[in-house]
Write a new protein. Structure first.
Lengths: 284, 471
């Protein structure tokens, strides 16, 4: 169960893993995530978005960055090893424009850093539903882009690359082309997935144009089924649980400052745990 | 012995860890009777022919029957009597609110004009179960011949464990689906080690495995597989939904999403199931508040308060808007919490959580309350005293004001009838839901209740399932 089929390193601290999870692969829809544990005795439970799945082979793909103790431990597992616990697919699937009665249109997908991974199945589904899909990918530098070829295959010439240092594509932030597209007036919907701060500024960028902007939140979670409430955020002044009400919400309604603050609730402990793991193991 | 002689036997006190010591460790507080104490306590039973105690027991254990055996020192036979109707005596002996159930009706308590002097039925029950477990003397349970019917049980809390065991004994092929990586539901994520050692829960789970029950952990029905797929595609003939309450209620007050405010479910799950108390070994972090306010008056509020002390809090305030008499918690838990140093703030309630300006808790503004007219629950309803605001200096707030029912199964199962509170509607006789072959029981039906009531529901549903499958 939960065997690692393949593993590759996409950049310095970003890994891609294909996991054996036949039931999850069968049931999952774009936008959903899994919760996993590397060690089911003393490990923690972390949510990871499903980047891709193959129902026939019974596999799912996750892409993760080594930001804490668990992702660091996960990065040290090899093909053939098993993930101790894997639960999913969780969360509500993305509402794909064109699938639920409304007319297909022009959808801009903004993926920042490894946020491109969860964007992949969404962009695929949007394209399949007949939308024109523009993809804006942002990273600090060229080496940090993930799944560029896969995204190019969906967006074709409508792929816009942005880097902080100009090492690839345009130099600047993803919000710049996003604003330009909105200004040109031909955007029906925006989906932004990436670091919270990026999603916050994407939502701010589209707000003056009144363009619906969906974001996918990756908060702290434990059970992932609505039992603990650790993932709660304020959306439109109401408390929502990301695990069961989300993970996608209207970016214009999310209380970003509160969300960012909650993401950092356990920062000192998380930092100490990561350092402990890094020292205890040989970093590959 | 004459009734008079029995009345003269002193009630046997429960040996306990010293309050100051136990408030800083996770070991069980109540140490359990010795055989001599259990025998003596059982011999206090008057053997009333009307058996009033039994009316108070949700699963109608033959209480005088087992106490008579225990009084003779025949604890194995006593356990046999208990097990005729109850499956989890080691658990129930520890967590049942006996003073509101069996012991409330005990004639001895009435004669001595003090419910605390009733026969300590739960303690004797616990002793019988512990003795058999610790000495490996539990008798193998016989299962009926295989029926060839497949039953799916959703969840692995008290209702589900009971339903699974009864279905397996009836000869059905049973599979339990549990979303967490460990089985036991609230018994493992909610109730702390110091009140219910996890070894006991593991033992009960092992016992149902011995009956041939298969367990699928990390499997969430409604997501990994839809409930209807279990019947339509996976060949299950009946399904039991025992998913519990499991959706924490919050107060809906300002500042409730600040860092340092937790639902009791989250606070206790981090500490219990995720083992955050093993500092330095467990990866799941814990919020080590120095000054903690716990809101609520139930067992969960007591558990959270006492956990806070054990994880290093210097001050723990229990804030409850009614008075102690209205508290739903077990008397023993209230008593233990006080002994350990939890400070009770009765007739007070949180108004807003104060921010430190950086996203974390800097205090809790409260209001004083007084009791007014009785409300729908029969308890006198608390009324806020205008202008009575004051601030509790705390850095952590734990909200333990109950659970609503978890919507995961109802929202992913077409045709499953729920009431306006979100609880699944069942036939009171069979516990069958609006979908033929689908049964439900425990907190998902009752709303937040107790372990023993959930167990009784699981048992009733199992009988309903067997009757349905034999048609």
């Amino acid at each position: 169960m939960n065997r690692i089929i393949s593993k590759s390193r996409l950049s310095d601290n970003v890994y891609k893993m294909q996991l054996e999870a036949p039931l999850v692969a069968q049931e999952r829809k774009a936008g959903q995530f899994v919760i996993l544990m590397v060690d089911d005795e003393l490990g923690e439970r972390i949510p990871l978005t499903i980047a891709d799945a193959d129902a026939e082979k019974g596999t799912i793909t996750v892409i993760f960055q080594t930001v804490g103790a668990t992702t660091t431990k996960l990065s040290r597992l090899e093909p053939g090893d098993s993930i101790a616990a894997l639960l999913g697919p969780l969360g509500r699937p993305t509402s794909i424009r064109g699938e639920n009665g409304e007319k297909p249109g022009h959808v801009v997908c903004v993926g920042g850093g490894i946020g491109v991974a969860p964007m992949h199945p969404i962009a695929q589904a949007l394209k399949a539903a007949g939308n024109k899909v523009t993809i804006i990918m942002g990273a600090r530098n060229e080496g940090l882009f993930v799944m560029k070829d896969e995204m190019a295959a969906i967006a074709g010439e409508n792929l816009i690359l942005m880097t902080d240092d100009g090492s690839s594509g345009r130099k600047g932030l993803v919000t710049e082309p996003l604003k330009e597209l909105c200004e040109a007036g031909a955007v029906d919907e925006v989906i932004a997935i990436g670091p919270p701060i990026m999603m916050k500024f994407c939502a701010l960028a589209t707000k003056p144009y009144g363009v619906k902007t969906t974001v996918s939140l990756n908060t702290i979670m434990i059970d992932g089924t609505g039992m603990c409430g650790g993932c709660r955020v304020s959306v439109g002044g109401k408390t929502k649980f990301v695990c069961v009400d989300g993970p996608e919400f209207d970016g214009h309604e999310v209380d970003w400052d509160q969300m960012l603050s909650r993401m950092g609730a356990f920062k000192p402990q998380e930092q100490a745990a990561k350092e402990h793991v890094c020292k205890a193991g040989i970093f590959k | 012995m004459t009734p008079k002689e029995k009345m003269a036997i002193p009630p046997q006190a429960m040996p306990e860890q010293d309050a100051a010591v136990r408030a800083r460790n996770m070991n069980e507080v109540a140490l359990g009777y010795t055989a001599e104490m259990a025998k003596t306590e059982a011999s206090r039973c008057l053997q009333c022919p009307t058996k009033p105690c039994m009316q108070g027991c949700p699963v109608a254990i033959n209480i005088p029957g087992f106490l008579a055996k225990a009084a003779e020192g025949d604890f194995a036979s006593a356990l046999d009597v208990i097990k005729e109707t109850s499956l989890l005596p080691a658990v129930c002996g520890r967590v049942c609110p006996q003073e509101k159930q069996c012991q409330k009706f005990c004639t001895m308590g009435k004669l001595l004009k003090d419910v605390d002097k009733a026969v300590a039925i739960g303690r004797v029950e616990r002793f019988c179960a512990d003795l058999a477990r610790e000495t490996g003397a539990e008798k193998p349970v016989a299962c009926a011949p295989k029926t060839g019917k497949k039953v799916a049980i959703i969840g692995s809390g008290p209702a589900s464990i009971t339903c699974a065991a009864d279905c397996a004994k009836a000869g059905h092929d049973v599979t339990v689906f549990e979303a967490f990586h460990r089985c036991g539901g609230v018994l493992v994520y909610g109730i702390p080690e110091f009140r219910l050692p996890k070894a006991i829960v593991r033992h009960e789970i092992e016992a149902i495995k011995q009956l041939g029950v298969k367990i699928e952990n990390n499997f969430v029905i409604g997501r990994t597989r839809k409930l209807r797929d279990l019947i339509d595609k996976d060949g299950f003939d009946a399904v039991f939904v025992g998913t519990g309450a499991g959706l924490p209620k919050f107060m809906g007050i300002e500042g409730e999403n600040l860092n340092g405010v937790f639902s009791a479910n989250e606070y206790l799950t981090r500490a219990n199931l995720m083992k955050a108390y093993l500092e330095g070994s467990a990866d799941t972090p814990f919020w080590h508040g120095k000054r903690v306010a716990v809101l609520g008056g139930g067992n969960v509020a007591m558990d959270a308060s006492r956990m806070a002390l054990r994880l290093g809090a210097e001050k723990v305030y229990l804030v409850y808007r009614r008075s102690e008499a209205e508290m739903p918690a077990r008397k023993e838990e209230v008593h233990h919490a006080k002994e350990e140093g939890v400070e009770f703030h009765m007739l007070e309630n949180a108004k807003r959580v104060i921010s430190d300006g950086k996203g974390a808790v800097a205090g809790l503004e409260c209001l004083k309350y007084e009791l007014g007219e009785p409300d729908a629950s029969g308890r006198r309803s608390p009324v806020a005293v205008e202008g009575s605001e004051f601030v509790l200096d705390v850095d952590t707030v734990v909200v333990a004001v109950g659970n609503a029912s978890n919507p995961l199964i109802p929202t992913t199962t077409e045709g499953l009838e729920i009431n306006k509170r979100g609880n699944i509607v069942v036939d009171p006789e069979t516990n069958m839901t609006s979908i033929p072959g689908v049964f439900a029981g425990g907190d998902i039906v009752l709303g937040a209740a107790t372990v023993i009531l959930a167990m009784g529901e699981g048992r009733k549903a199992a009988a309903g399932i067997s009757a349905y499958l034999s048609k």
